[in-house]
Write a protein that binds this ligand. Structure first.
Ligand code: FES
Length: 116
């Protein structure tokens, strides 16, 4: 386990995200109304990039840009599994639901750190 300093709090406004590579671990850091949250940067459905995923209107759900799986950013829980395009359910027989890995984010003296 390692702790990585990732910058000042004010660098990331609410609703924004930052893509990080922390010693080879790719992470998305989000600033939501509920605070700062870090999750793996690849979708557990097919390990494709999530960095351009859509933050849904509820302000806490990330939708994968590929097959539209939806994840709770704070917990990593699956809200909806891959559902696009029609027929993707056939692939889901072998690509079962899997939560996003989350990482602990700490704020101290105005600086953020992530524990990997
Ligand atoms: S790669 Fe994300 S839902 Fe398929």
């Amino acid at each position: 386990m390692a702790i990585h300093q990732v910058g000042p709090v004010e660098e990331l406004a609410v609703g924004e995200r930052k893509h990080l590579n922390l010693d080879g671990t790719k992470v998305l850091l989000f600033h939501l109304d509920s605070g700062f949250h870090a999750v793996q940067a690849s979708c557990p459905h097919m390990m494709l990039p999530l960095k351009s995923g859509k933050l849904l209107d509820d302000g806490k759900t990330l939708q994968c840009p590929i097959h539209r799986a939806q994840f709770d950013i704070a917990t990593g829980d699956v809200n909806k599994w891959a559902n696009f395009p029609p027929g993707i359910q056939m692939l889901n027989v072998i690509r079962k639901e899997k939560c996003l890995q989350t990482y602990t984010v700490t704020e101290a003296d105005g600086e953020l750190s992530i524990e990997i």
